[in-house]
Design a protein around this ligand. Structure first.
Ligand code: SF4
Ligand code: F3S
Length: 107
């Protein structure tokens, strides 16, 4: 089992999640973070840290959302690790709640 970052992260990227991960499995893109599901130990520590509620357990994903785990894997292996939080993106408040953001991830 793993956790996955979902579209509520896109454009916000608060990065508070990375501070608590005991195995440093977050990776950073320009407007999204991804969890490497092959490194995640399913501890759940990151989930309550995200103010956007963007981090979800695999167990809580619906069938139509399971593709998010593969998306996280693909992006995680392509992006560098991030282990220290930084300021959220400047227009995070404007992105909050906006639908259809997965297509807007900058690869
Ligand atoms: Fe890291 Fe634990 Fe979150 Fe997995 S569930 S990404 S191991 S903090
Ligand atoms: Fe994204 Fe939430 Fe982490 S917005 S960067 S998953 S704290």
């Amino acid at each position: 089992m793993t956790y996955a970052v979902t579209e509520q992260c896109v454009g916000c990227k608060h990065t508070t999640c990375v501070e608590v991960c005991p195995v440093d499995c977050f990776h950073e893109g320009s407007n999204f973070l991804a969890i490497n599901p092959d490194e995640c130990i399913d501890c759940g520590l990151c989930e309550p840290e995200c103010p956007e509620e963007a981090i979800r357990s695999e167990a809580d994903l619906g069938e139509s959302e399971l593709h998010l785990i593969d998306l996280n894997r693909q992006l995680a292996v392509a992006w560098p690790k991030i282990t220290t939080s930084k300021p959220a993106l400047p227009d995070a408040a404007d992105w909050k709640g906006r639908p259809g953001r997965l297509a807007l991830i900058i690869r």
